[in-house]
Design a protein around this ligand. Structure first.
Ligand SMILES: [Zn+2]
Ligand SMILES: [Zn+2]
Length: 321
């Protein structure tokens, strides 16, 4: 299980040969993996069912079209596959945002995402920073003072918001896993950002929120999804607090999956007073409380890019594969 776990599986857990000899807790057939929240071994069929069940619980009560934000990496391919098994595929639209990082145009990921979407009967589109903002991420990074992840995060988020608006879709789902949630909550804890922790429980749909990164890797292995070969070129540049938290928490996830699972579930119960959001004076999109100009407009000004207004968002270019 070393080779295909990619960037997240830097260290090997239980050896595959050992797991193989175990029998499925439910049917007695050879097990493929443990169900991490419970630790019980499951066969391929029951493992997939376990993932689908947890994902269904996350999207309970949701109706109508869902926009799936897919990078084309392993997690997002799993997201599409899981969703097509628990939701009507004709109600799903997949979207990839191509940032245009230095030498990284996501061609391969886009192709993988597009091929899978077609196979599953999901509509697929992509948008680019260049089309939307007039500048690629690499061009922004050259002139901007912030770290690449700042521009990437803010403009990716806005791109997804604009597409959802254009298509009239209220619900957006991302491929964040339980590990991602735990990392983000730890990160907010370290920064003393309580509001950030509460925020995690709300907002976008995360169907894989109850699924561990390792289980996503097993799912991708079962489905024979291709490995992501290229990674974001800015990843190693100035390792962020997030990537350090990720490394430190790896052992914790290994040792205490059920505890982390419970913690992640508890986080969802946090309630947050709904704050009055403002409207950006330039683009008309919602702003954080107390802001006149939104973060996207602020960053765009810094790097000489342009943010479409809420009216212009209706006319943005959607590309298909
Ligand atoms: Zn079984
Ligand atoms: Zn704005």
């Amino acid at each position: 299980m070393t080779s295909w776990t990619g960037s997240t599986g830097s260290r090997e857990g239980t050896s595959r040969a050992c797991i193989r000899t175990l029998k499925c807790d439910l049917c007695g057939r050879p097990s493929i993996s443990k169900e991490l929240p419970t630790g019980r071994p499951l066969c391929e069929k029951h493992f997939l069912k376990s993932i689908w069940k947890r994902a269904s619980e996350e999207i309970k009560g949701i109706k109508g079209p869902i926009l799936l934000s897919v990078s084309g990496g392993k997690d997002s391919l799993v997201l599409m596959d899981v969703m097509s098994n628990i939701y009507d595929p004709s109600e799903l639209v997949a979207l990839t945002v191509v940032e245009g990082a230095e030498g990284y145009e996501r061609e391969e990921e886009r192709r993988n995402a597009c091929l899978l979407a077609k196979k599953l009967g999901i509509e697929y589109n992509y948008v680019t920073f260049k089309d939307l903002y007039g500048k690629k991420l690499s061009e922004m990074v050259k002139v901007g003072k912030q770290r690449p992840c700042t521009y990437c995060g803010v403009f990716r988020r806005r791109a997804v918001e604009m597409v959802a608006l254009k298509l009239g879709i209220r619900n957006v789902a991302t491929g964040h896993t339980l590990d991602d949630e735990v990392h983000t909550s730890f990160l907010n804890l370290l920064r003393g950002d309580w509001d950030g922790i509460a925020k995690l429980a709300h907002g976008r749909l995360k169907p894989l929120r109850r699924v561990f990164e390792k289980e996503v890797a097993v799912y991708a292995y079962i489905r024979k999804f291709p490995l992501q070969k290229k990674e974001c070129p800015y990843l190693d540049l100035n390792p962020s607090l997030r990537s350090r938290v990720r490394v430190k928490l790896f052992d914790l996830v290994e040792e205490n999956p059920s505890k982390l699972y419970k913690w992640s579930m508890k986080m969802k119960e946090l309630r947050r007073e709904s704050e009055e959001r403002g409207t950006c004076e330039r683009c008309g999109f919602p702003t954080s409380p107390g802001r006149r100009i939104c973060r996207a407009c602020e960053l765009a000004e810094e790097v000489g890019a342009k943010v479409p207004t809420i009216d212009e968002a209706e006319k943005i270019t959607l590309r298909s594969c």
